[in-house]
Write a protein that binds this ligand. Structure first.
Ligand code: SF4
Ligand code: SF4
Length: 134
C-alpha cells in the first residue's frame, strides 16, 4: 500500500535519516516530496511511502519512539464546496501553493497532493469551508 506522511523534527533529531530508517529497517520505499528546515533546526518532511501495511505501521511507531511527530496525510484537508465562495483568502496564505485561482471561471481550486497540513488556510476562511482532519 501507499501512504503519505508528514514527519516533523526538532533540533534533537534533525540529524536522523528518516528515509534510511524506513528503507533499511522496514524494507519500505520512501520518496521525499518536500523537506523544510527552519533556522532553529526544526522542520518537516513529506514522504510518499510504499510497503506492506503492517510494516508501515511499525515504521511510524519507530519514528514516534525516536521523538518525531508523525501524521498520516490521507484526506487531511477537506473543503466544503457548497460553502466556498472563492474569495481567495486561502490562496495567498498557503505555503505550499495548494490553492490556485482560475481567472476564467473565478473559482479557487485545491490540489490536495501538495498540502503539508499546516492548517493556515482553515483560520483564513471566513465561512469555515476548510477543515483539517488530523
Ligand atoms: S478562504 Fe474559504 S471561501 Fe475563500 S476561497 Fe478559500 S475555501 Fe473558499
Ligand atoms: S493546510 Fe496548509 S498546506 Fe494545506 S492547503 Fe491549507 S494552507 Fe495549504
Amino acid at each position: 500500500m501507499r501512504r503519505k506522511v508528514r514527519v516533523d523534527f526538532d533540533e534533537l533529531n534533525v540529524g536522523e535519516s528518516v528515509a534510511y530508517i524506513l528503507a533499511t529497517e522496514f524494507g519500505l520505499k520512501p520518496n521525499i516530496v518536500k523537506a523544510q528546515v527552519n533556522d532553529d533546526s526544526s522542520g518537516l518532511m513529506i514522504f510518499i511511502v510504499d510497503g506492506e501495511e503492517e510494516l508501515l505501521d511499525k515504521a511510524m511507531g519507530r519514528l514516534k519512539s525516536m521523538g518525531f511527530e508523525v501524521r498520516d496525510l490521507e484526506k487531511h484537508i477537506t473543503r466544503d464546496k457548497a460553502r466556498c465562495w472563492s474569495c481567495g483568502a486561502c490562496v495567498s496564505i498557503c505555503p505550499s501553493k495548494s490553492f490556485t485561482y482560475d481567472p476564467e471561471t473565478w473559482e479557487v481550486h485545491l490540489d490536495i497532493d501538495t498540502c503539508i497540513a499546516c492548517g493556515s488556510c482553515v483560520t483564513s476562511c471566513s465561512v469555515k469551508a476548510l477543515k483539517l482532519n488530523i
